[in-house]
Design a protein around this ligand. Structure first.
Ligand code: XIL
Length: 335
C-alpha cells in the first residue's frame, strides 16, 4: 500500500485531519484519510450548535458517523470542542422569555451538555478540546468577554474541565487557542493555563491551532511557542494546522496582489519551504509534541475559502484540489 504521512511520522506523533461527515462516506476522501492519517477531529459535528441545537435535543448522527469511521479504521479521535463563544446556540444563554439566564442555570446547562457529549464518546475520544479560544487577541486581559465569562465569571473555564473530567476521567483534556506565536497572546495563554494547572484543575494539555500562512510564523517565533508551552509540563499538540497562501489580515500590504485566488508557482515553493520549516521543528521537538492535526483534508475545500475575504480561494494544505500531494507534502516527508 501507498506510504502515508502517518507512516513517515510513526516514530514521531500521530498525524490528524479535521473532517466533516461526508468525507467518511465511501469515496476518494475516505481513502485519502485512511492512507495518510491516524488521528481525526470533527471539524464542526461536535460543536455545541451542530450537536445540541435545542435544550432537549441532540443531533448525534454526524458525530456518530465520524466516531464509527475512526473506530472501524483504527484512527484516534480528538473531540472538538465543548465550550466556545462561537457556534453556540442562542438557547444556551436565554430562558423561554428570551431573558439572559443566571450563573446557576448556565453552569447547569454547561454541565449537562459536557456530561452528555463526553459521556456518549467515553472511551472513543482520547482527547478533548474542552475550552476553545478563551483568551482575547490583544490588550492586557486573560479572559475574552464571552457570554460564558459575562454570565458565569472566570471560573467557567475550570468548571468546564471539571465536568469533562467527571464524564470521562481517562480522556486527555486540552485548552485550545490560536495566534499563539503573538508574544502578548502567547504570554496570556500561558498565564491562564498555568493558573489552571496550579489550582489543580484537571487539564492535561495545550492545543495550538496553527492557522498560519506562508509568511508567518518565523522559525524563531514558532520555536519560542513550543518551548514556552512545553515548560508548563503539559502535553502539547498542534491541533488545526494550515498554511494560507495569503498574508494574515493585519499584515496585508497589497490587497491587489494577494486576492487573485490563483495558486502560483511562487506560492507553491514558498509554502513548501514554510511547511518544511515547521515540520523540521516539530520533529526536533518530538519529545514535547503528542499530535499534529491538519485543519481540512485537501485544497478542494478549506474553511479558508471565502474567509476572511469573500470570493477568495485558498490553498493551505498538503493535498491539491484533486487530492494529490503537493510540493509541500514532499518536503514534509523528506527527512
Ligand atoms: C471552523 C470550521 O472549519 C468552519 O467550517 C466553521 O464554519 C467555523 O469554524 N478555530 C477553531 C475551529 O477552533 O473550530 C474553526 O473551525 C476554525 C478556527
Amino acid at each position: 500500500p501507498e506510504k502515508g504521512l502517518k507512516d513517515y511520522y510513526k516514530n514521531y506523533f500521530p498525524i490528524g485531519v479535521a473532517v466533516n461527515p461526508r468525507m467518511v462516506q465511501p469515496g476518494p476522501d475516505a481513502e485519502l484519510i485512511k492512507t495518510h492519517f491516524n488521528s481525526m477531529t470533527p471539524e464542526n459535528a461536535m460543536k455545541m450548535g451542530p450537536i445540541h441545537p435545542e435544550e432537549n435535543r441532540y443531533n448525534w448522527k454526524d458525530a456518530d458517523a465520524i466516531a464509527d469511521f475512526a473506530q472501524q479504521n483504527n484512527i484516534k479521535l480528538r473531540g472538538h470542542t465543548l465550550c466556545w463563544h462561537n457556534q453556540t446556540p442562542r438557547w444556551f444563554f436565554t430562558d423561554s422569555t428570551g431573558k439572559t439566564v443566571s450563573r446557576e442555570v448556565l453552569l447547569a446547562r454547561l454541565k449537562r451538555h459536557i456530561s452528555d457529549v463526553v459521556g456518549r464518546y467515553k472511551g472513543k475520544i482520547y482527547a478533548w478540546d474542552v475550552v476553545n479560544e478563551a483568551v482575547p487577541d490583544a490588550g492586557p486581559d486573560l479572559y475574552r468577554k464571552s457570554k460564558f465569562y459575562e454570565i458565569i465569571g472566570e471560573d467557567y473555564i475550570e468548571k468546564a474541565f471539571e465536568f469533562a473530567h467527571e464524564a470521562d476521567p481517562a480522556a486527555q483534556l486540552f485548552y485550545n487557542d490560536y495566534n499563539t506565536e503573538n508574544p502578548s497572546k502567547r504570554d496570556r495563554i500561558y498565564q491562564l493555563v498555568k493558573k489552571l494547572k496550579d489550582k489543580g484543575v484537571p487539564i492535561n494539555g495545550v492545543g495550538l491551532q496553527a492557522h498560519w500562512s506562508i509568511y508567518e510564523p518565523s522559525a524563531q517565533e514558532l520555536e519560542a511557542s513550543i518551548l514556552k508551552f512545553a515548560s508548563l509540563g503539559l502535553k502539547l499538540q498542534f491541533t488545526e494546522v494550515d498554511m494560507s497562501v495569503y498574508p494574515k489580515e493585519h499584515e496585508r500590504r497589497d490587497h491587489r496582489d494577494t486576492d487573485k485566488s490563483e495558486f502560483t508557482p511562487e506560492m507553491d515553493e514558498k509554502q513548501a519551504a514554510q511547511y518544511k520549516m515547521v515540520f523540521d521543528l516539530f520533529r526536533k521537538h518530538r519529545d514535547k509534541i503528542t499530535g499534529v492535526t491538519f485543519w481540512n483534508l485537501s485544497d478542494r475545500s478549506s474553511w479558508l475559502d471565502n474567509f476572511p475575504v469573500p470570493g477568495r480561494k485558498d490553498y493551505p494544505l498538503l493535498f491539491d484540489q484533486n487530492g494529490r500531494p503537493k510540493k509541500a507534502f514532499d518536503r514534509v516527508v523528506q527527512f
